[in-house]
Design a protein around this ligand. Structure first.
Ligand code: IPE
Length: 255
């Protein structure tokens, strides 16, 4: 089984108003459509981070107005989710919606429980489960914001994925923030080396940990035996090549 995450920063315009990048989404849907035994995940981008941050939802619900905000973010994520499902359908894939907010819950801000039965059954029956970063109910703090990276790690642990492809807006993982002088693309690395190279936030509005949170999830997945590829989803063909095991420009993290 393989996993692919379409980052929120490539399928939406992150940081501003809620806007789907339909051209990118359509192309990526075609790149993943023919892959059997695949779970597709997507981030929330501007459909989740902007309001979640403004309303302070990461720490859960502390005041009445946050109920409304949580409900709005949940609905906004579903709006994007339906766009992803439609794009995959148009590409002749067989997507089946499985947002973690419906099949799981959190405890203390972290994903705690997610039903694996529906994912297993969907795969067995020949569907492509589609999950995402989401607002989840939380036993301790009302709600939690859970990234698709955390959902992917949970799925890899429970279902045993052989490869995970992260489609991001940069060519891979760098030794320093991309664009900074001396920043070099890391082509291959171990989970330990990755932990040393992860250098903090991604610089955009991101309530689920930015690159640091992603780096930890990637390292943990690689330690489970799941090979993790980080590629640029804005460059045509890279996600498809990574899913086929062809070595595209990018970073491969192996335990
Ligand atoms: C974020 O999910 C979930 C919410 C803000 C509701 P991700 O962390 O996976 O999203 P991106 O890829 O960074 O946009």
């Amino acid at each position: 089984m393989m996993l692919v995450k379409l980052g929120g920063s490539i399928i939406t315009r992150k940081g501003g108003a809620k806007q789907v990048r339909r051209d990118v989404l359509r192309r990526l849907a075609h790149e993943v459509a023919a892959v059997p035994e695949l779970i597709v995940l997507h981030g929330a981008g501007s459909f989740g981070h902007t309001l979640a941050k403004k309303a302070g939802l990461k720490q859960g619900i502390a005041r009445p107005s946050q109920f409304h905000a949580a409900s709005l973010v949940s609905a906004d994520v579903r709006t994007l989710h339906v766009e992803v499902l439609r794009a995959l359908q148009a590409a002749k894939a067989r997507p089946f919606s499985m947002p973690p907010g419906q099949v799981g819950f959190a405890r203390g801000g972290q994903l705690a429980v997610m039903a694996m039965g529906p994912f297993r059954l969907a795969l067995q029956q020949g569907f492509t489960p589609v999950s995402c970063g989401d607002v989840l109910l939380d036993e301790q703090q009302g709600v939690a914001i859970v990234s698709a990276d955390a959902v992917a790690l949970h799925l890899a642990r429970e279902l045993g994925a052989e490869r995970m492809v992260f489609a991001t807006d940069v060519d891979g993982i760098y030794t320093a923030p991309p664009g900074k002088p001396g920043a070099e693309l890391i082509e291959h690395c171990s989970p330990d080396a990755l932990r040393k190279h992860v250098l903090g936030g991604s610089g955009k509005t991101d309530v689920t940990g930015g690159m640091a949170g992603k780096g930890q999830a990637i390292a943990a997945m690689a330690e489970l035996g799941c090979e993790v590829w980080v590629v640029n989803g804005l460059k045509p063909g890279r996600v498809r090549d990574a899913l086929r095991g062809k070595d595209p420009v990018g970073t491969i993290v192996r335990g």
